[in-house]
Ligand binder design. Structure first.
Ligand code: BES
Ligand code: MN
Ligand code: ZN
Length: 508
């Protein structure tokens, strides 16, 4: 087991395999070693052209007398970098130290904190990097290198900071538990991850707190509630579809009679996306267990709500099903009904996510929320546009978009705002039904998918719609490359830490 401890003693007392030392904006290393060791480090830094650049880490075999076998220097960036930017640099540098430390089978690292506040991103980086999904692999379970790290000792910048650092570390550890729940769910193959398994996970979360309640609809109950679009997608699979509706209710604040805000978070929950009758080519199907990533993010957030205890109501909705071809599957050309009353002309059964989300959005609006945020692995086009590290943000409300962008910056999660141009809207209008599930326009498919979703955000008589934002997380939900050093192979947990920030900001 991996543990994080905090020490008020000096670095030398930590007896670590790696001493991790922040390098200041001017390339300064601090005074942790003898003059000779310092001279040695200075020479190595020069040779590596390392002066504390953002996100970088350099590991050296320590010279005799250093008191450590290995020394790692981490960059904190320029002094005029924003706090959020510096935090992300620290996350990446710490991750690089851990990954490099594996080849040395490092068991214990001691990290000199550059500041009190750095305890949060550093704890996040430790736990993001030290995660591995090994449930089905004997080789990984036994891999000594991956599992080598046992303890990280955080060395305080100032003993006075003990209380504050402890708080930050404990909170970050809890948040990271939520991130790991999401990663475990996404990593789980579809052979082990059905809509029912997802609903069981929601039940587990609901049981942890009296503030969280859960409603689950099966096929027949979803039919009664008019989830017609969702059920059309679900029809091709033997797996029982499940509409999962979690509700977090804040504690009553007696004296103040003010109305509490309500936020709905929707996650796409396709436990496997074969494409349906518009079958995907084999290669495109390989990773389609990740298509419930939005739903998994919602569950990760809900696991944290009792701890975060925000003063707002939060609903989590996941319309979970599998997209499969069969004799009973929905077909290209079909016209299907939705809860909203609008009909959808299905041109491609592989554009299934937006159909399930259409009903989830209509259902969400019956809850009269102040905002709706959906997260979905919606389009390959978004991945073509942004690659794997950034998600796309779409929305009808500048204020909500800005709040989400700020939250993402704070968590270091890449997010880019896309437009919803009015002139593309006609391309999702149908000649046969009301809307078509693929645009008549070949380009801009991440945008036209979002425009399709927007068709299900209703306007009142005054022409006003509920603030709604859509995050297309198809890229960052899963990464096989380690493009970012704290993303190891597989699910990233993208979105959970941003949503935590969103919930906190929304309550203010
Ligand atoms: N789940 C996919 C999108 C996806 C692609 C997620 C790659 C993660 C990685 C979605 O259901 C889908 O198949 N979208 C199609 C839509 C097309 C048929 C209009 C796509 O993007 O190709
Ligand atoms: Mn699809
Ligand atoms: Zn899909």
């Amino acid at each position: 087991m991996f543990s994080i401890s905090i020490s008020g003693k000096s670095l030398a007392d930590a007896h670590a395999d790696i001493a991790v030392i922040p390098v200041g904006p001017k390339g300064e290393v601090g005074t942790h070693f003898s003059k000779e060791v310092h001279a040695h480090i200075a020479a190595l830094m020069k040779r590596a052209e390392f002066a504390g650049q953002w996100g970088r880490a350099e590991m050296f075999i320590a010279p005799a007398g250093a008191g450590f076998p290995l020394i790692a220097l981490i960059g904190t960036g320029k002094s005029d970098d924003f706090h959020d930017v510096q935090s992300e640099g620290l996350r990446r540098a710490i991750a690089t130290v851990l990954v490099n430390g594996r080849s040395h089978v490092a068991r214990r690292v001691a990290i000199v904190l550059p500041s009190t506040a750095s305890a949060q991103p550093i704890t996040e980086a430790l736990l993001l990097t030290n995660y591995w999904f090994a449930e089905h692999s004997k080789a990984l379970t036994q891999d000594e290198r991956i599992r080598s790290l046992q303890e990280a000792v955080l060395i305080l910048p100032d003993k006075k900071d003990m209380g504050q650092v402890k708080k930050l570390v404990q909170r970050a550890q809890k948040v990271m538990n939520g991130v790991s729940i999401t990663r475990n769910l996404v990593n789980q193959p579809a052979s082990h991850m059905s809509p029912k398994v997802l609903a069981a996970e929601a039940k587990k979360i609901a049981k942890t707190s009296p503030r969280i309640s859960l409603k689950v609809l099966n096929r027949a109950q979803a039919q009664q509630k008019k989830f017609f679009g969702f059920l059309a997608v679900a029809r091709g699979s033997k797996e029982e579809p499940q509409v999962i509706h979690l509700t977090y209710t804040p504690a009553l604040r007696q004296a103040q009679g003010k109305q509490k805000k309500t936020l709905v978070v929707i996650g796409k929950g396709i436990t496997f996306d074969s494409g349906g009758l518009s079958l995907k080519p084999a290669q495109h199907m390989e990773n389609m267990k990740i298509d419930m990533g939005g739903g998994a993010t919602v569950l990760g957030l809900f696991s944290l709500l009792p701890m975060l205890a925000p003063d707002i109501a939060v609903h989590g909705i996941i319309a979970a099903c599998e997209n499969m071809p069969s004799g009973d599957a929905y077909r290209p050309g079909d016209v299907i009904a939705t809860m909203s009353g609008k009909t959808i002309e299905v041109l491609n059964t592989d554009a299934e996510g937006r159909i399930t989300l259409a009903d989830a959005l209509t259902y969400a609006q019956t809850l009269k929320p102040d905002a709706i945020i959906d997260l979905a692995t919606l389009t390959g086009a978004c991945v073509v546009a942004l690659g794997d590290t950034h998600a796309g943000l779409f929305g009808n409300n500048q204020e909500l978009n800005a709040l989400i962008l700020e939250s993402a910056k704070q968590s270091g999660e890449g997010l880019v705002e896309f437009p919803l141009p009015e002139e593309y809207r006609p391309t999702v209008q149908s000649m046969v039904g009301d809307v078509r599930n693929t645009s008549a326009m070949r380009m801009g498919r991440a945008i036209t998918a979002a425009l399709f979703l927007q068709e299900f955000i209703e306007k009142n008589k005054a022409g006003q719609a509920v603030p709604w934002a859509h995050l297309d997380i198809a890229g960052p939900v899963y990464d096989e490359m380690p493009l970012i050093p704290y993303w190891q192979f597989g699910a990233t947990g993208y979105g959970v830490r941003t949503l935590v920030n969103v919930v906190e900001r929304f309550g203010k």
